[in-house]
Design a protein around this ligand. Structure first.
Ligand SMILES: Cc1cc2nc3c(=O)[nH]c(=O)nc-3n(C[C@H](O)[C@H](O)[C@H](O)COP(=O)(O)O)c2cc1C
Ligand SMILES: [Fe+2]
Ligand SMILES: [Fe+2]
Length: 398
């Protein structure tokens, strides 16, 4: 377990989690990393720690640079367990009397997580000297937790951005210039859509107000995935684009089905939308995780959600999707509900009502088909596709 030098006296000493696939309900098909950084200066400083279970990997990498006992202080930028979980174990190796610095809310949250562990938690001031280098702290409240903060090192231009600008990728490569750009953009939007979307207003404000900090940043070191040294401005530009939530001429058709009727409807809708020039993405929830739907939905103008009726309800996987999407608070979406039923037919109606409460613009009420769709049943689906395509054109100004 080797450390990786970022610049002189600053090392990546984190952990690679090749096996994680479910990250609090979000699918991580490529695993992830928990990044931590060691700064060797008069005060030997550890910035962030790793998830519980990865202590040995972190300590092993640190040991190749210095004895962990030589660390004099730890900075905790984010009190979520994928970063803070190992703090008690790490501090036992470092020395529990050594200070762990966090934002005021970080101290509060770490206190709540590690009751009785005897951590020496201290609230950061605006800045601290650690020898030749300085650490400046910027609260980034609700990006994406109340305790979140950035740590900036002006002498090197390194921004330790905790979850901001992160992505989930377990790999031996540590830097953006070692991984294909297209893959990084794909993983970064996946991460943004699933983790950061609810906090778009805060991110937009940060990008607007922290312009000096961004200008002075030469390397962005997030807590997950690659470190952005080739083109830190590139990921910042992508964030500036993504916070606008400007939709594309794209529609996501997401559904589940028991006996294929809702599936026929989904196929018809996808076909129709495609023939009307809309980039239509067909996602059967049996094969696609809720977080994949969220990623595809992020830049789509419309989301069409299909559900059969089961015991007077929508299908459970559809309820799961809607609950998840509701929590992400995506803006500027056209919505539509569809589905097959046998007798009472609540499924699609309930989906429609839920999309409404999520603030989606619903140009058509739900389209329902009783039992198995026949040619005649396809007419309202064709009409729905046409209406949605027209609405998309209005929204994107085509
Ligand atoms: C376990 C079960 C419960 C059902 N409950 C209802 C119901 O409460 N109301 C209703 O209208 N249809 C109900 N149905 C009928 C289905 O909604 C109907 O078969 C529909 O066409 C299924 O669409 P699908 O082929 O997309 O799964 C139920 C079907 C099953 C298998
Ligand atoms: Fe987090
Ligand atoms: Fe994280």
């Amino acid at each position: 377990m080797e450390p990786i030098k970022i610049v002189d006296n600053v090392y990546w000493v984190g952990a690679v989690d090749y096996d994680i696939r479910d990250f609090h309900g979000y699918l991580t098909p490529r695993g992830s990393t928990y990044n931590a950084f060691l700064i060797v200066d008069d005060e030997i400083t550890l910035v962030d720690t790793v998830k519980h279970g990865f202590e040995d990997e972190l300590l092993s990498r640190i040991s190749k640079v210095t004895d962990p006992k030589n660390i004099t202080r730890v900075i905790s930028n984010h009190a979520e367990m994928d970063h803070s979980g190992s703090l008690p174990g790490v501090m036992r190796a470092v020395g529990t009397e050594k200070p762990v610095y966090a934002s005021a809310l970080g101290v509060k949250n770490l206190n709540g997580q590690f009751k009785g562990e005897g951590l020496n938690l201290k609230t950061v001031e605006k800045e601290m000297k650690i020898g030749k280098n300085t650490l400046r702290f910027l609260e980034t409240r609700m990006i994406h937790w109340p305790d979140s903060m950035f740590t900036f090192m002006p002498e090197t231009g390194i921004l330790f951005s905790q979850d901001g600008f992160g992505l989930h990728l377990a790999s031996v490569e540590r830097f953006d210039d070692e991984v294909p750009e297209t893959l990084l953009e794909k993983l970064a939007i996946n991460y943004f859509a699933n983790i950061l979307t609810p906090y778009v207003p805060q991110i937009a404000k940060l990008l607007e107000t922290a312009t000096d900090l961004i200008k002075d940043t030469k390397i962005i070191c997030p807590d997950h995935g690659v470190l952005w040294r080739k083109d830190p401005g590139g990921i910042v530009s992508l964030y500036s684009r993504w916070v606008t939530q400007k939709p594309k001429k794209k529609a996501v058709v997401a559904f589940d089905t028991m006996w294929h009727s809702t599936e026929y409807m989904a196929r018809e809708l996808t076909d129709r939308l495609g023939s009307l020039g809309v980039d239509a993405v067909y996602l059967n929830l049996k094969h696609n995780h809720r977080s994949e739907v969220a990623t595809e939905a992020y830049d789509a103008a419309a989301l069409l959600v299909g559900s059969p009726t089961i015991n007077n309800q929508m299908f459970p996987s559809v309820a799961d999707l809607l609950c998840y999407l509701k929590s992400l608070k995506m803006k500027n979406k056209i919505g539509a509900a569809f589905g097959s039923h046998g007798w009472s037919g609540e499924g699609a109606k309930l989906v429609q009502a839920e999309l409404k409460t999520m603030g989606y613009n619903l140009p058509v009420g739900e389209v329902r088909v009783q039992w198995v769709p026949h040619e005649d049943d396809l007419v309202p689906l064709k009409d729905l596709a046409k209406t949605v395509a027209d609405e998309i054109d209005k929204v994107i100004g085509a």
